[in-house]
Design a protein around this ligand. Structure first.
Ligand code: SF4
Length: 318
């Protein structure tokens, strides 16, 4: 991996419920993001992806674990130091319709981060807005339009422009294409990849669509019940993913040329409640390869090949 830009070590986030119980949304997640790298994160709803993003973007502080940005521990930053640190990681949101204040023109929305962080004249701001619109391939006069008068794809381009206004080193895309038509999704993905290459941005791309994530990510992390259960290079996902949960996700992807005579083996059982985490492997209740050891021992994430780690006792001989 190239120079490490962002590192999460054993990131854990728990919430107290009204009933006095503890919900564990993130349970000791380790991850690294290199400069210019795209890390894809996949997993079903409720697996802790959104909480992990809130920890990585420093919108929330972990209850345990550390967050390092550019090698510096930023876990406990407060006040102005925290505000300045946050500008390096910016986010593109899932729903571009809800991401903008409806009475704010596009130019004002894009320039809001600039007005918050930099002392620029009106003329300089207008120039930066025009550059950002050009970067996301929107006409300059869109600065005077309201987001609701644009299509979903155009609004998402605005969202990307706003996220890039402060020239961050990391862009976090939280289901950034899920609300768009498939043809528009492709345009937005191409735009993100082009911008990433031009600026050597690092990107975290969270999505339900495993096929999409693996096609654009250098590495992919699979999450289950608040845990990172497998991390591997994007181009090896189809052939080399080996965690039973990752395999189940892959087996459930529909393809145009799929073999319909091959029976689909749905996962049995329900996802355990994050209020009541199992003692051993988080996937134990649904795993077709469950062993006695899995009941009481949580498998650590261990390397099985260069750049490939798995949290499963089948691959941990220690
Ligand atoms: Fe299945 Fe055991 Fe591996 Fe968990 S540790 S995924 S239960 S085999």
């Amino acid at each position: 991996m190239s120079e490490i830009l962002l590192e999460g070590r054993q990131l854990t986030r728990r919430y107290a419920t009204d009933a006095g119980r503890i919900l564990t949304a993130c349970n000791g997640v380790d991850l690294m993001l290199g400069k210019g790298e795209t890390l894809g994160i996949v997993g079903e709803s409720g697996c802790g992806k959104s909480t992990l993003l809130r920890l990585l973007t420093q919108l929330e502080r972990p209850d345990a674990g550390r967050l390092l940005l550019g090698g510096e521990d930023v876990t406990g930053l407060k006040g102005e130091q925290l505000r300045q640190s946050r500008r390096h990681i910016q986010m593109v949101f899932q729903d571009p319709a809800a991401a903008f204040f409806p009475r704010m023109k596009a130019g004002d929305a894009i320039s809001e981060p600039l007005r918050n962080f930099e002392k620029l004249s009106r003329q300089e701001i207008n120039k930066r807005v025009a550059q950002l619109l050009e970067l996301v391939q929107l006409p300059k006069d869109y600065a005077q339009r309201y987001p609701h008068s644009m299509s979903g794809g155009q609004r998402q381009r605005l969202g990307i422009a706003r996220a890039l206004a402060l020239n961050p080193s990391i862009l976090v895309c939280d289901e950034a294409t899920s609300a768009l038509d498939v043809s528009v999704q492709e345009q937005i993905i191409r735009l993100l990849v082009d911008i990433q290459r031009q600026r050597r941005l690092s990107m975290i791309f969270v999505c339900h669509d495993l096929a999409l994530v693996q096609s654009l990510s250098h590495r992919v992390m699979v999450m289950y019940l608040g845990n990172g259960v497998e991390i591997l290079p994007g181009d090896q996902v189809w052939n080399k993913a080996c965690h039973p949960y990752a395999r189940a996700l892959l087996d459930s992807v529909f393809a145009i040329d799929m073999n319909f005579s091959k029976p689909i083996a749905p996962l049995e059982g329900d996802v355990p409640s994050p209020l009541d985490l199992p003692a051993g492997c988080p996937f134990g209740a649904r795993c077709p390869r469950f062993m006695e050891r899995c009941r009481s021992e949580k498998p650590p994430l261990v390397p099985v090949a260069p750049d490939h780690q798995v949290a499963c006792h089948l691959y941990n001989m220690a």
